[in-house]
Ligand binder design. Structure first.
Ligand code: URP
Ligand code: ZN
Ligand code: ZN
Length: 469
């Protein structure tokens, strides 16, 4: 199968130019002006952008969590992703307590079999090094292309690990070339605050945010940074929400430490006003870390502009409002934590980032595709438009108008965090390794086309700390 994409404005993290792209055997084989070749499929991209397929480094599909299971499985979540221009994501395998890593991997792989619409890799969320996985087994995961270890410093009594587990995992990572990821909130402190709120009879969704203050995120972020530095491991802090967490990341990076931070689309747009909505509507905005006060929106835009934060993910962890979020109708601590986002990351960041002049188009591509690909061992196969790269390409119409609404989304959930938002700019054609996935409003390819991607170890060239290079 060959594809010729004519006359598009190719935008990568570094370049912005008009050219034709020729695709053969799933890869980009030629980029040039006025290419005169025949192809099985010709796409006219004049007046359109051609972006690399986006990479989402943070998703939760078909995940048991909060007493239920996320509503999007691999097929529906990846379909939503494809319509949003995301052609590769890295999902979290959660090691059940008492389980080996091998069993957890087998379980997660079976959830994806035959259902994959886009390409995917896995992180390993480590929950138990005592009665479950061993340090030796953890060290072997990069051989299977699982080159990042995730630790939850919150969710006490469920996924949370103690500092010993955190530090031992970091030590393993420093040996194996894996990247350590942390959900940085102080779970012990949050647990105290949640109990106090419930004892006082405070059960509404807003108390989810009020019992998870920014200081708890700032403290855990700083603790993880210091411990990773001590262990000599590279660190990636997921879903950063506030100035208290941005500050220690920026300081570490200024010091030349191997620390990176990510934020998520929702933290630029949702706030305490949303979670305070009446009639339990606030539960739609219950995710962790929680929505913050609006002053943090500008903090985050500045951070992604300055590279204090280097990636924007979705943390897609979708639940139904009616039937799943309602598990916490009388007790905010029982509301499953998480929100949807895979379909609208590009819409929102293009509209309010690039179009609004807050970031350049190049930086948008870098944050949504190139940096995630580099940090998670997918680059240059993914994350850019270049000869030899997978032909994961988004033909993006910068003038197409769209009103974001749950009524026409592809996620199975029954709400959208950006309901009613009007954007200009939307993917028109999405290709995965040269195969047309999405054309206009149609999903053209069938589930099963997506593949598991074994990821490379954390790139030494990314590291700033010579002592551990
Ligand atoms: O609330 C969230 N973010 N749910 C997903 C799990 C996590 O903490 O990333
Ligand atoms: Zn998290
Ligand atoms: Zn998450």
């Amino acid at each position: 199968m060959s594809v010729l994409i004519k006359g598009g404005r190719i935008i990568t993290a570094a370049d912005d130019y008009v050219a034709d792209i020729y695709v053969e055997d799933e890869t980009v084989t030629l980029i040039g002006e006025s290419l005169d070749m025949s192809a099985d499929k010709v796409i006219d991209a004049s007046g359109k952008y051609v972006l690399p397929g986006l990479v989402d480094p943070h998703t939760h599909l078909d995940m048991p969590f909060g007493g239920t299971v996320t509503i999007d499985d691999v097929e529906s979540g990846q379909t939503a992703a494809a319509f949003g221009g995301t052609t590769c994501h890295v999902d979290f395998i959660i090691q059940p307590k008492g389980s080996s890593f091998a069993d957890a991997i087998a379980d997660w792989r079976s959830k994806a079999n035959g259902k994959q619409v886009i390409d995917m890799g896995y992180h390993m969320a480590v929950t138990d090094l005592e009665e479950g996985g061993t340090l030796e087994e953890l060290a072997s995961l990069p051989d299977e292309g699982i080159t990042s270890y995730k630790l939850f410093m919150a969710y006490k009594g469920a996924l949370m690990v103690d500092d010993e587990t955190l530090f031992r995992t970091m030590e393993v990572a420093s040996e194996t070339g894996a990247l350590v990821m942390v959900h940085a909130e102080n779970g012990d402190v949050i647990d105290v605050l949640v109990k106090q709120a419930l004892e006082a009879g405070n059960t509404d969704p807003i108390y989810h945010a009020l019992t998870r203050p920014p200081e708890a995120e700032g403290e855990a972020t700083n603790r993880a940074i210091q411990l990773a530095h001590l262990a000599g491991a590279p660190l990636y802090v997921v879903h950063v929400t506030c100035r208290e967490a941005v500050a220690p990341i920026a300081l570490a990076r200024d010091n030349g430490w191997d620390v990176w931070g990510e934020t998520c689309t929702q933290y630029f747009f949702n706030s305490l006003d949303d979670i305070a909505k009446p009639d339990f509507e606030g539960a739609k905005y219950v995710y962790s870390p929680p929505v913050r006060d609006k002053s943090n929106w500008e903090v985050l835009w500045n951070a992604v502009r300055s590279d204090a934060l280097s990636a924007i993910s979705t943390d897609h962890c979708a639940f139904l409002w009616d039937g799943q979020k309602t598990l916490g109708k009388d007790d905010f601590s029982k509301i499953p934590n998480g929100g949807p986002g895979l379909e609208n990351r590009l819409h929102m960041i293009h509209q309010f980032g690039a179009r609004a002049g807050r970031i350049s188009l190049n930086r948008m591509v870098e944050l949504l595709a190139t940096n995630p690909a580099k940090l998670f061992g997918l680059y240059p196969r993914k994350g850019t438009v270049a000869v030899g790269s997978d032909a994961d390409l988004v033909v993006f119409d910068p003038e197409k108008k769209l009103t974001i609404t749950a009524a026409n989304q592809h996620s199975k959930t029954d709400y959208n965090l950006y309901e009613g938002t009007e954007v200009t700019g939307s993917p028109e054609v999405v290709l995965l390794r040269g195969n047309v996935l999405v054309e206009g409003d149609e999903l053209v390819a069938s589930p099963g086309i997506g593949q598991y991607v074994a990821r490379a170890r954390f790139g030494k060239e990314l590291r700033q700390t010579s002592a551990v290079a």
